[in-house]
Design a protein around this ligand. Structure first.
Ligand code: NAP
Length: 280
């Protein structure tokens, strides 16, 4: 099939857009008038996400893609050019994560997370560049997490990957500004999604402990994260590039002692150490 002439409407690609925060972002962008492309591995996720979006009147292309594969990502961009003839916004949202102490992360587990989050984000940015630079103005929003710059116990692989994505965000913002491409990041705080409820906020006790560390006193909603993505993507952010917008209810503002002020207090005492720093 030959490439289409550019569509009249703006087009956005959301990786991992069939579920969780990605789907909320796609729904929010559809309300702003974007045509959507959703890309991820599981056809059931893509089908469910596209049904939700089409029910709301959006035009949707789904492309089964593993972002770890450079050739699959190249094919994804080819399909977008065929279908829409343009790309105005890339949201790198796809991620894989699991909580484990660093010493328990296997080389395969490490490679999987780095492969999806860091390599996948770079492959998508690189392959989207020819389409994005054809627009007078276009944008990339990378989804990171505050443990990219704070310590996130149990997330050595994911923290390293997200830190890499943050560095990539700042570098591309500078390199691609001359092409009219703004590159920013959103760092969500804790939000219940199907993925995180299986891997991170696994039960009520964990949820309560996390909530105690959030000054606003609650988890965020997918819609609140999606709103920030829509803001950074749109004309109200036309002079913003290379920035990270943290949307976390104040969780990471250095409030490690906040749980002391909350009735239930902290739950996990640190292993005791002597004054010279060695375990007792
Ligand atoms: P989620 O429900 O687990 O969604 C992850 C998405 O990524 C899924 O749609 C999955 O679809 C896709 N994906 C995974 N591996 C992929 C691959 N190799 N290629 C293509 N797609 C792949 O997670 P979420 O909670 O919505 O999180 C979305 C983003 O927000 C992630 O970047 C996450 O790190 C970030 N974040 C979330 C929270 C939170 O509390 N929810 C907090 C901080 C940051 P398939 O299974 O179909 O491939």
């Amino acid at each position: 099939m030959a490439a289409s002439p550019p569509s009249d409407r703006r087009c956005a690609l959301v990786t991992g857009g069939g579920t969780g925060l990605g789907l909320a972002m796609a729904e929010r962008l559809a309300r702003d008038g974007y045509d959507l492309t959703l890309a991820s591995r599981d056809p059931a996720h893509l089908e469910a996400g596209s049904q939700t979006l089409r029910a709301a009147g959006a035009r949707v292309l789904t492309v089964r893609t593993d972002v770890r594969s450079e050739s699959a990502v190249d094919e994804l961009m080819h399909r977008i050019r065929e279908e829409y003839g343009r790309l105005d916004l890339l949201v790198n949202n796809a991620a894989g994560n699991f909580v484990a102490p660093a010493e328990a992360i296997t080389p395969n587990g490490w490679r999987a997370v780095i492969g999806i989050v860091l390599n996948g984000t770079f492959f998508c940015c690189r392959a989207a560049f020819p389409l994005l630079q054809e627009r007078a103005s276009s944008a990339i929003v990378n989804i990171v997490a505050a443990y990219a710059w704070m310590a996130g116990p149990g997330t050595a692989h994911s923290a390293a990957a997200k830190a890499g994505v943050l560095a990539l965000t700042r570098t591309l913002a500078v390199e691609w500004a001359g092409y009219g491409i703004r590159v920013n990041a959103v760092a969500p705080g804790p939000v219940h999604t199907e993925g995180t409820d299986q891997r991170l906020w696994t039960d009520g006790e964990v949820t309560r402990a996390v909530t105690r560390g959030v000054p606003l006193g609650r988890f965020g909603t997918a819609e609140e994260i999606a709103e920030s993505v829509a803001f950074l993507a749109g004309p109200r952010a036309s002079y913003i590039t290379g920035q990270v917008l943290t949307v976390d209810g104040g969780q990471w503002l250095g409030t490690g002692l906040l749980p002391l002020l909350r009735p239930e207090g902290p739950t996990t005492p640190a292993r005791r150490t002597s004054q010279d720093g060695h375990p007792e």
